[in-house]
Design a protein around this ligand. Structure first.
Ligand code: AMP
Ligand code: MG
Length: 407
């Protein structure tokens, strides 16, 4: 049997980053920049008013008080977005709104609250020192400055900055494009009636969500029965779009193991020129039957079908390498140790991943649900995985246990 770490290494070795590409900023949230972003323009781009008020020559209003206001004719009205360069003549005021370009010659803005808000002749009731309430061109960003760095993940604020700089696209490490294939003749899409012996398909939506959560893109998630021809046909239909194929089901020891039958030794690996997929047992629970390799040069990872096995396997083998291949600096789930609140048993010789509830405040963790791999309900409300080592078979309450924080 392969250890968890050995299989992690093999799977990680299959997954490689795509070449940097330009993507529209609206699609770039969470992606990692492939190159520095240098500001093509300054922010603000021009001197503009920080207040709704009146642009003036500061000297003209220096003496203004509520008791002795200064009256100035209002020569222009400048809403935000008014284009064209205006010039303020001394002894006059321009009514100006926040964000509007300052007229040449004006040296301060008096807020509307310190005036009578008139539009013909305005009464100014407070002085303003030169520069008051003016946002200077370039005081936020000077053109030519590096404002975002390669390897930085794009947050909402970073995307806002890119937009403010007029950059509609950014050069990023693109999302991994993943094909998710569910196998099983018993599977029926949710929303349609079930015949006796059938179950609803749940791995595709679950893994697709896990992939998107990890920043990847799901190119398709076809469901096939347990016959080699339909599996191969679905694979052939979508393989060209994918950087990685993930299958679920059909890899254990029974009959009708379609993924093994289609891709394993003795099969002419498929479609087209072929590839090599190895099926192995990994010393873990859940998730013992695993497989990986390549089909026509596209990496493939074949996960077991039980939903808990499938998702735990995704967590253990795929999530971190996918995130690493998309440039994440912290591809792994945060891990910590916590104090177990109960006695637990674990199979000797296997790494056990139990679902758990971590109380971060007290630093304690309680297992949640039975260890078997079909108990999806428990995983759905767990917030962590407990990782129990191969050489441990009993774990008394109070033990320190390793925990993967699922957030
Ligand atoms: P397999 O690995 O194909 O032998 O499947 C193991 C168990 O997981 C069986 O009980 C299957 O019915 C179940 N299973 C496999 N694939 C799925 C799926 N996509 N959705 C829900 N259950 C599945
Ligand atoms: Mg099956």
């Amino acid at each position: 049997m392969r250890t968890v770490e050995e299989h992690q290494r093999v799977v990680a070795g299959l997954i490689t980053a795509r070449a940097p590409a330009r993507v529209p900023i609206a699609e770039a949230l969470g992606l990692v920049l492939a190159e520095d972003v240098v500001a093509p323009l300054s922010l603000p781009g021009f001197d503009n008013s920080a207040m709704d008020g009146y642009a003036v020559v500061a000297d003209d209003v220096a003496s203004a008080t509520p008791e002795h206001p200064v009256r100035l004719p209002v020569a222009e009205d400048i809403p935000a977005g008014r284009t064209g360069v205006l010039t303020l003549k001394p002894g006059t005021a321009h009514r100006i709104m926040t964000g509007a370009m300052m007229p040449a010659g004006a040296t301060a803005v008096v807020p509307v609250e310190a005036t009578d808000a008139a539009t013909d002749t305005v009464e100014i009731r407070a002085g303003a020192e030169p520069g008051r309430h003016i946002r200077r061109a370039g005081e936020d960003v000077t053109a030519g400055t590096t404002v975002l760095s390669a390897r930085q993940a794009l947050t909402p604020a970073a995307l806002g900055l890119a937009a403010a700089l007029g950059l509609g696209e950014l050069t990023v490490i693109p999302r991994q494009r993943v094909l998710v294939m569910s196998t099983g003749t018993e599977l029926v899409a949710p929303g349609t009636p079930l015949a006796p012996g059938q179950i609803y398909e749940s791995n595709a939506v679950m893994l697709a969500a896990a992939l998107r959560d990890a920043g990847a893109e799901v190119v398709a998630s076809p469901m096939t029965g347990d016959d080699v021809d339909s599996f191969r046909a679905a694979l052939a239909r979508h393989i060209g779009q994918a950087d990685l194929i993930i299958t679920t089901g059909g890899v254990s020891a029974g009959a009708y193991e379609v993924v093994k039958d289609a891709l394993g030794a003795g099969s002419s690996a498929t479609p087209g020129s072929g590839g090599a997929v190895e099926f192995v047992k990994v010393a873990m629970q859940p998730g013992m039957p695993q497989g990986c390799g390549a089909v026509d040069g596209t990496p493939i990872v074949t996960l077991p079908g039980n939903p808990v096995s499938a998702l735990v396997s995704f967590e253990v083998f795929l999530r971190a390498p996918l995130r690493a291949a998309m440039g994440s600096r912290q591809p792994e789930r945060p891990r910590r140790t916590a104090v177990l609140t109960e006695d637990l048993k674990s199979p000797r010789g296997k790494r056990q991943f139990r679902r758990g509830v971590l109380d971060a405040e007290s630093g304690t963790v309680t297992s949640y649900g039975p260890p078997a791999s079909h108990h999806l309900r428990w995983l759905a409300s767990a917030n962590c995985l407990l990782e129990i080592a191969e050489d441990v078979d009993t774990l008394p309450a109070g033990s320190q246990v390793r925990v993967w924080d699922l957030g």
